[in-house]
Write a protein that binds this ligand. Structure first.
Ligand SMILES: Cc1ncc(C[n+]2csc(CCOP(=O)(O)OP(=O)(O)O)c2C)c(N)n1
Length: 344
């Protein structure tokens, strides 16, 4: 299968780009904003100010490129734990995300203006839910699309199959974005599946499957935009496989040195999506080091303000942990909840 690519490994455009200069700049800023959060979040985690954190370094373009095609108050985002970059770009307040990765229930309450479902931790459970959500939007005739993210390992789960089949037969307006980052914790993709490309699995559901260079923001954005247009037009789901790499550990608790080589990681660091995009902008004479310095300062300020806001949030209370779990509680659950609240 061909891989959609617009930038070479150094960021030089290979052909005319399907994005305006404003979009290219918007995309680069969004990438930098995501990385700023990710780098700082790891520092907070090492200081004991976040819980376990799943970094996304290296995967920014695969997430940002898709999310920039969505409207936060109309479309839906169903992210796995790896998609903090998508959540940021979709409009989740940074302070909420900090609280969320602190396991503070206040972070799990998503603002009404952001149509995001909370990060899915059980692998692939987002796919049937996203398919149902997309089907519901189609029945309502809202014109909304749903983007669900999943990793390469997640495509081995039964939920992935059921969700894709359902979405396919009902022409649900769904984008299934598989970030193929080469690893499912310590399991390499070649031990996970016998097909060479995850996108080939789309044929089994009779839907289009597209392979994109996941470290090329322009490629991801344009493929996602086409898929979203098809979905809005009633033409059903598309599977987008974004080839990328998790430069960071699986989570802040992982030691990737135990299962992969430094050479492999170094190779991907040289294809860094942000560096490539910066080189692209520089090549097109759209970006300067002064602008870079200004942006860095702005993003640092934004992050520090978000940490301050999160730090000022009231301490979570024990009963909040189940507050958003049940629409209606069984009598036993209600009794346990009342007990936690200190009520008879
Ligand atoms: C149903 C389920 N099984 C197992 C796990 C434990 N687990 C957490 S992450 C992970 C690997 C997922 O790999 P992949 O889907 O490739 O996503 P990535 O972490 O690379 O983004 C596993 C097995 C889980 N969270 N949920």
């Amino acid at each position: 299968m061909d891989t959609v690519q617009y930038l070479d490994d150094h960021g030089k455009p290979l052909r005319d780009l399907p994005l305006s200069n404003e979009e290219l700049l918007q995309g680069y800023r969004a990438l930098c904003r995501a990385r700023q959060f990710d780098e700082r979040a790891l520092v907070l985690q090492r200081q004991g100010r976040l819980g376990v954190y799943p970094p996304f370094r290296g995967q920014e373009a695969a997430q940002v490129g898709v999310t920039l095609c969505l409207e936060a108050s109309k479309d839906w985002l169903c992210p796995s734990y790896r998609e903090t970059a998508a959540a940021i770009t979709f409009g989740m307040p940074l302070s909420k995300l900090i609280l969320s990765w602190r396991a503070d229930p206040a972070g799990w309450r998503i603002p009404d203006s952001v149509n995001m479902i909370q990060f899915y931790i059980p692998i692939a459970t987002q796919i049937p839910q996203a398919a149902g959500l997309a089907h519901a939007e189609r029945l309502k005739g809202s014109g909304a699309v749903v983007a669900a993210f999943i990793g390469d390992g997640g495509t081995s789960e039964g939920d992935f199959h059921e969700g894709l089949n359902f979405a396919s037969v009902f022409d649900a307006p769904l984008l299934i974005v598989v970030q193929n980052n080469g690893w499912a914790i310590s399991v390499p993709t070649k031990k996970q599946m016998k097909v060479q490309r995850v996108a080939l699995k789309a044929q089994g559901y009779g839907i289009p499957g597209v392979v994109v260079d996941g470290n090329d923001l322009v490629a991801v954005w344009s493929a996602a935009r086409e898929a979203a247009a098809r979905a809005r037009n009633g033409e059903g789901p598309t599977l987008i496989e974004a080839i990328t790499y998790r430069v960071a550990p699986h989570t802040s608790s992982d030691d990737p040195g135990r299962y992969r080589t430094e050479e492999e990681t170094e190779r991907w660091i040289r294809r860094d999506p942000i560096l490539r995009m910066k080189n692209c902008l520089t090549h097109l004479e759209l970006w300067s080091e002064n602008q870079e310095a200004e942006l860095t300062e702005e993003l640092e300020g934004e992050f520090l303000a978000a940490v301050e806001e999160a730090d000022q949030a009231p301490a979570p209370r024990p009963w909040e942990i189940v507050e958003q779990v049940y629409a209606e509680m069984h009598a036993d659950q209600q009794a346990a909840w009342n007990y936690l609240r200190g009520e008879p």
